[in-house]
Ligand binder design. Structure first.
Ligand code: HEC
Ligand code: HEC
Ligand code: HEC
Ligand code: HEC
Length: 180
């Protein structure tokens, strides 16, 4: 086999491993029920992942509430720009003299003081909740009754939501009365 063939088979093995790994953390339990602890963002607990979002200084100390602008590239490795379509603008400072917004403490900006993905999306949040994120939301486990279990809804990892007002409660932290 030539060099190209080797590279091809190595990447094939890597690909199969990736599939196996993602299946190991699958959505369903062995008996077919949806796993309420399923979280496609489990990778966040891998030690190598921390500096993809957190600021780490020269001495290796991690800032728990300091986030680098490049975390956006990390998100885009899995959620491509094409998949996301039109999304909220980022990379602006909502507290500057132009916007003059006062943000809640947990609406983190990046180290350049700009809005980024984690301003709205939690880093270590849960994937599922028994509370709806917005009205008329469909559960991930529509057959819950069969198992005598509660319905589970995707949180979309958002910092604020309400089963009746939906995302408006988050938007309104910055856009006063925006969606009321
Ligand atoms: C995808 C981005 C991302 C990655 C990767 C990440 N974090 Fe975080 N981390 C956040 C965000 C955002 C917060 C702010 C609280 C929140 O949204 O969960 C945070 C908060 C924290 C906090 C403060 C306590 C808390 O939960 O509020 C600690 C401690 C922390 N992270 C440790 C880590 C460690 C250790 C790693 C690697 C094993 C890691 N983080 C990986 C985004 C990330
Ligand atoms: C290593 C890959 C990976 C990275 C990096 C990643 N995600 Fe995800 N994320 C996923 C997967 C897989 C899902 C589940 C999507 C699905 O089932 O359709 C998901 C789900 C989500 C969801 C819920 C949407 C849904 O329909 O399930 C949001 C919101 C999200 N990610 C935002 C982010 C943000 C913001 C970042 C960066 C801070 C990020 N992700 C980084 C893999 C990743
Ligand atoms: C102003 C707040 C806000 C910002 C900033 C933001 N999002 Fe979101 N995002 C949301 C809300 C609200 C939803 C759920 C409603 C929807 O799907 O539009 C969402 C949905 C998503 C989803 C799942 C639905 C889909 O379109 O696939 C992903 C993935 C996601 N965001 C990733 C990101 C990434 C990556 C960034 C940064 C580049 C980002 N978001 C920035 C508020 C935000
Ligand atoms: C952390 C503060 C913050 C939050 C939360 C927020 N926004 Fe914004 N939004 C801004 C800022 C700042 C701008 C101006 C950005 C620019 O024009 O570059 C903006 C601009 C916009 C615009 C006009 C830009 C465009 O793409 O047309 C819309 C629409 C919008 N936001 C909708 C929303 C919605 C819907 C939500 C809730 C899901 C939301 N925003 C949550 C700060 C925020």
């Amino acid at each position: 086999m030539g060099e190209k063939g080797n590279i091809l088979s190595i990447s094939l093995v890597a690909f199969v491993l990736l599939i196996l790994l993602s299946q190991a953390r699958g959505r369903y339990l062995a008996d077919g029920r949806f796993d309420p602890n399923y979280n496609p963002h489990d990778f966040i607990d891998d030690s190598g992942a921390c500096p993809r979002c957190h600021y780490v200084d020269e001495r290796g100390t991690m800032d728990e509430t300091g986030f680098i602008p490049q975390l956006v590239d990390f998100c885009h490795e899995c959620h491509t720009v094409e998949d996301l379509g039109r999304s909220h603008p980022i990379g602006v400072d909502p507290t500057d003299v132009y916007w003059r917004l006062r943000l809640p403490d947990d609406f983190y900006l990046d180290t350049e003081h700009n809005m980024t993905c984690i301003t709205c999306h939690k880093g270590h949040g849960k994937y599922l909740s028994t509370e709806k994120t917005f009205p008329f939301q469909k559960p991930v486990n529509p057959d819950a009754e069969k198992w005598g279990e509660p319905y589970y809804y995707k949180t979309y990892y958002v910092r604020r939501s309400d089963p009746e007002k939906g995302y408006a409660v988050m938007c309104n932290e910055c856009h006063e009365g925006y969606l009321e």
